[in-house]
Design a protein around this ligand. Structure first.
Ligand code: NAD
Ligand code: DAO
Ligand code: ZN
Ligand code: ZN
Length: 370
């Protein structure tokens, strides 16, 4: 079949909206009509050329929602008409990692996914002249139709709006999951969140859900404060306005250091600050942000000797097929909020404008509706 897609032809160039070929689903695969997709910072990381593992030409996008149109041989858990959210972290429920109960990093299709290929080592997308187009994070939601392995699709309820729940495919789950699955924040905790963008705001609503007493947000952009307060922020700090050391300021503000801190900036200097403002003896700092290629983190080992913990999280530690449908329920039942964070709705033809809004710090989430 043919479908419309925004194709990343080369690193650093705007996406080009065009017709592409899409082969039908092979065994264990599913054809999905994507109804909406969010634009995440990680798509921009790859589009811009900052991602050393970026492969081109590719169809980016990993934060989608849609409807199953066709299933390949052997697919048992999904049928045409089912509503689904693509998962860049699949859940096969059979590999050593899935069975460990200790991680969400299913490895069943890891190698081919990282190469921009389907599990059989080929692509389903191609240009009209036959040139293969690579998949991205196993999802490629910047195409109106895409093919995914069955294990990379979460089946969700049918009354949930696609233009909102697409955000659960990355940002919402990453932020809330970092709090609940990775940090396991307790009632009454004090927390500091660095970066109040599409991920940080969801860390904040996760902290409110977990019953944190103090939620400090740190951002260079004062405009981020108002939305963050809506989601549960109790204290806002702009480092540019702090006289002296930001770490000392945050330790004092949290009365000795935070129980939990989160980096949602991707900046390695910030990651160090986040670790060092965690409480001596027990504070845990979670890295969510994806740093530039080749970047390294550092601190004095004594920070760890004296009881601080440094950890990271991918997709908020969530097991996609199990946890994502529950998060959709939380949204539909009013337990979490998404709508105010969807600040812009665009057509596929306007997708490059979405990346401009991201750069200007004007959007939290821009969503393309097909
Ligand atoms: P965003 O651009 O919407 O938000 C980043 C925020 O950080 C902005 O508000 C910005 O003003 C602020 N900021 C930048 N530098 C800062 C500094 N030095 N001090 C304080 N604040 C600063 O980005 P996002 O979509 O929220 O993504 C955040 C990070 O999370 C990115 O690195 C992204 O790639 C990563 N991410 C990780 C996962 C994961 O599974 N680990 C998933 C999705 C995104
Ligand atoms: O299993 O080795 C692995 C890696 C899984 C990829 C997890 C990526 C999560 C962080 C990237 C940001 C996603 C938007
Ligand atoms: Zn993302
Ligand atoms: Zn697995």
């Amino acid at each position: 079949m043919r479908t419309r897609a925004a194709v990343a032809l080369e690193a650093g160039k705007p996406l080009e909206v065009m017709e592409v070929n899409l082969e039908g689903p092979k065994a264990g695969e599913v054809l999905v009509e994507i109804k909406a997709t969010g634009l995440c910072h990680t798509d921009e990381f790859t589009r811009s050329g900052d991602d050393p593992e970026g492969i081109f030409p590719a169809i980016l996008g990993h934060e989608g929602a849609g409807v199953v149109l066709e299933v390949g041989e052997g697919v048992k858990s999904l049928k045409p008409g089912d509503h689904v959210i693509p998962l860049y972290t699949p859940e096969c429920r059979e590999c050593e990692y899935c069975l460990s109960g200790k991680t969400n990093l299913c490895q069943a299709i890891r190698v081919t996914q990282g190469q921009g290929l389907m599990p059989d080592g080929t692509t389903r997308f191609s240009m009209l002249d036959g040139t293969p187009i690579y998949h991205y994070m196993g999802c490629s939601t910047f195409a109106n139709h895409t093919v995914l392995p069955e294990i990379a699709l979460a089946k969700v309820r049918e009354d949930a709006p696609f233009d909102k729940i697409c955000y659960i495919g990355c940002g919402v789950t990453t932020g809330i999951g970092a709090v609940i699955n990775t940090a396991k924040v307790e009632l009454g905790s004090r927390a500091v969140v660095f970066g109040l963008g599409g991920i940080g705001l969801n860390v904040i609503q996760g902290l409110r859900l977990a019953g944190a007493d103090q939620i400090v947000g740190v951002d260079l952009n004062d405009d981020k404060e108002e939305m963050a307060r809506h989601f549960g922020l109790t204290d806002f700090v702009n480092p540019k306005k702090v006289e002296g050391d930001i770490v000392a300021h945050l330790v004092e503000l949290t009365k000795g250091g935070a129980d939990y801190t989160f980096d949602a900036t991707g900046n390695t200097t910030v990651m160090r600050q986040a670790l060092e403002c965690a409480h001596k003896g027990w504070g845990t700092s979670i890295i969510i942000g994806v740093a530039k290629a080749g970047a390294e983190i550092s601190t004095r080992p004594f920070q760890l000797v004296t009881g601080r913990n440094w950890r990271g999280t991918a997709f908020g530690g969530a097991k996609g097929r199990t946890d994502v449908p529950k998060i959709v329920d939380w949204y539909m039942n009013g337990k979490i909020e998404i709508d105010p964070m969807i600040t812009h709705t665009l057509t596929l033809d306007e997708i490059n404008h979405g990346f401009e809004l991201m750069h200007q710090g004007k959007s939290i989430r821009a969503v393309v509706v097909y």
